[in-house]
Design a binder for this molecule. Structure first.
Ligand code: DX5
Length: 248
């Protein structure tokens, strides 16, 4: 598979040209990068969020964990409200909590543009997704590495995004689970077969060597934490490097 594209500093346009033995389906896609603030310097969150915005990030993912669904406790609606006052970026709230329906209104009121819930976290997730949509914001569904795609098949026409977890929820800096690339490919095929045009996000372990693999599999939203927020480069330098890695 050959990947060619151009980076105009804000968006990455990609054309995918098949290798000789693959069917000819040149595709033109916008690849979005959403930094995950879980890996940011927590004592400088506003500054780091602003740096991501200045570096033309396409959104910010805010990982919310309750210490039950995921083995960590992170952020609440107050942080979303505070970030809303600092950046205009899309605020993407990733709820890794049990019974997410309890927290939809507080996060929507705080300024979330999208709320992503996990299929594994609630009994009536169709109703919860409808509740998010009723708040006039986008709804996304995420699946853990061990969850089959069949579990979300019935909601593909309801959601605005599907997020394939490429690590198990809980922490930044984990290793990318390569087996999830095949899941991304199968999801891409299922969406095409059902004529559903929604973005596929991947979350976890997205770095200079894994981003291109995820894009080639069909992902169009890259959620990245430790490859953006780290001590080896500025947010701007890291964003540029990650963008360049998917067009090299
Ligand atoms: C993990 C979170 C991810 C994580 C990504 O539970 O959902 O968003 O912060 O961090 P990296 O990119 O470092 O794996």
């Amino acid at each position: 598979m050959l990947i060619a594209g151009d980076v105009d500093g804000t968006k990455t346009n990609l054309a995918i040209f098949p290798a000789d033995n693959e069917p000819a389906t040149p595709v033109d896609r916008m690849i979005l990068i959403e930094p995950s603030i879980l890996s940011a310097d927590l004592l400088r969150l506003g500054e780091q969020a602003k740096a991501a915005e200045d570096a033309k990030a396409d959104g910010l993912q805010i990982d919310v964990m309750d210490g039950q669904f995921a083995p960590n406790i992170t952020f609440g609606p107050d942080l979303v409200r505070a970030l809303r006052n600092v950046v205009k970026l899309k605020l993407d709230v990733h709820l890794m909590i049990n019974e997410p329906e309890r927290m939809l209104i507080p996060f929507a009121d705080a300024g979330a543009d999208r709320i992503i819930i996990h299929e594994e976290s609630c009994t009536h997730f169709y109703r919860v997704l409808q509740s998010i949509k009723a708040l006039k914001i986008e709804a996304g569904v995420a699946v853990n590495p061990g969850t089959p795609l069949e579990a979300i098949q019935e909601v593909l026409d309801l959601v605005d995004l599907v997020q394939v977890m490429t690590v198990s929820p809980g922490f930044g800096g984990q290793r990318f689970i390569t087996s999830q690339l095949d899941k991304v490919k199968r999801l891409q095929q299922t969406l095409t077969e059902h004529h559903v045009k929604i973005p596929i996000a991947v979350d976890g372990g997205i770095h200079l060597d894994t981003a291109q693999l995820a894009v080639a599999a069909g992902a169009t939203v890259l959620v990245a934490g430790s490859s953006i927020f780290n001590n080896t480069g500025s947010v701007a330098q890291n964003m540029t490097a990650l963008r360049a890695s998917i067009t090299k």
